[in-house]
Design a protein around this ligand. Structure first.
Ligand code: NCD
Ligand code: ZN
Length: 352
């Protein structure tokens, strides 16, 4: 990595948590990720979800066929874990290099999670097999029980579910706790062995729950897990800039149309693919930790997944620009609003 007065040059980063959707939405959002990132872990929560090797091959083909001019971008596919997932199917997908990982959604915890896991016993056999073959489990770490307060669901899941698997049931399973939002999440990961890691989104490093709710409700800042108190945002900022190898970049860019966000029952998900890397750069600069940026963005993820870092580079320059581009979807005349729409950023990708 090179840090000059107004520029930084890093190994091309990867996005270890991304929603690309399908059809016209896929076509519209994919170029933004492919412009900056070398690879991305593609979330399987389509309707219906990606649950078999053949679904994943077809979805990967649809992604690749939309990569005009950016054919080097590599989508890494995941299998959506259900109560009925067959361990043999998961293992075959892993050995055939179709599945990079399995994604666990507790049923009804988030967008398109209704096919997720209802009882941990139902997936015991799959997790056992994954532990044996060294296949990572990516966890949406929120308890889905409607009785539990939405702001406590991550901490509850860590205490009551994850700690048990990690310490008792599957101590050697490679687990990524996706998009952590709490101090408890960061501390849990720090306290574990190297087989437990976490991704952190740009938005959870920037906003807290006041930004979402005080002075008016902001549907474009609503995502799951929901943004928490500021002490949690500060804990996440310290964790990612600390140089600890267990934290890496995962944008959780999750596009929804403006009409589905600005509604009586608005969808959860923030679309940040356009400017994610620039927002992360600002956070590292604000924390006086630019020298740790490349580890978080480009090295820790491949290291955890047992992959080589990318060979290409990305250059960012200190340059103000306003986020003013909404994405127009051709068919239904709807638009997708990016995270921090209308605001100024102080870093810009200039070569990639
Ligand atoms: C994601 C989505 O829209 O698919 N939404 C979100 O708020 N992050 C699902 C998820 O990652 O929880
Ligand atoms: Zn997600």
């Amino acid at each position: 990595m090179k840090i000059l007065k107004n520029k930084i040059k890093i190994i091309r980063p990867d996005d270890w948590h991304l929603h690309l959707r399908d059809g016209e939405m896929l076509k519209s959002v994919l170029p933004y990720t492919a412009a900056h990132f070398g690879r991305a872990i593609i979330m399987p929560n389509l309707t219906p979800p990606i649950t078999s090797v053949s679904d994943a091959i077809d979805y990967r083909d649809r992604i690749k066929s939309n990569l005009i001019g950016k054919e080097n971008f590599e989508p890494l596919m995941t299998c959506y874990l259900t109560d009925h997932t067959d361990p043999d199917e998961v293992e075959r997908g892993f050995y055939e290099k179709v599945f990079t990982a399995v994604k666990l959604y507790p049923a009804r915890a988030t967008t398109n999670s209704e096919f997720g896991v209802t009882k941990w016993n139902n997936v015991h056999g799959v997790l056992e097999r994954m532990e044996k073959i060294g296949m990572p489990l990516l966890v949406h770490g929120e308890e889905a029980d409607p009785e539990i307060d939405i702001f406590d669901r991550e901490a509850f899941f860590i205490d009551n579910v994850l700690s048990g698997w990690v310490r008792n049931d599957f101590p050697a399973l490679n687990i990524v706790l996706e998009h952590i939002t709490t101090k408890e999440g960061a501390e849990f990961v720090k306290s574990c062995e190297k087989n437990i890691a976490a991704t952190v989104t740009p938005h959870h490093l920037v906003i807290n729950r006041n930004d979402l709710l005080a002075g008016g409700i902001r549907p474009h800042l609503y995502c799951l897990p929901i943004a928490k108190r500021d002490k949690h945002r500060r804990a996440l900022r310290s964790a990612v800039t600390s140089g600890n190898r267990s934290f890496f970049l995962g944008t959780d860019s999750a596009p929804h149309t403006n009409s589905s966000k600005e509604s009586d029952c608005g969808c959860a998900g923030i679309f940040n693919a356009q400017n994610a890397i620039e927002i992360y750069a600002s956070v590292f600069e604000e924390m006086n930790a630019l020298e740790e940026f490349e580890k978080f963005a480009s090295l820790n993820g491949p290291n955890f997944y047992g992959l080589e870092p990318n060979r290409e580079y990305l250059v960012l320059e200190k340059k103000n620009h306003r986020i003013d581009e909404e994405i127009e979807l051709p068919d239904d005349q709807d638009t997708i609003r990016p995270f921090l729409f209308g605001e100024e950023l102080n870093w810009r990708v200039v070569d990639g």
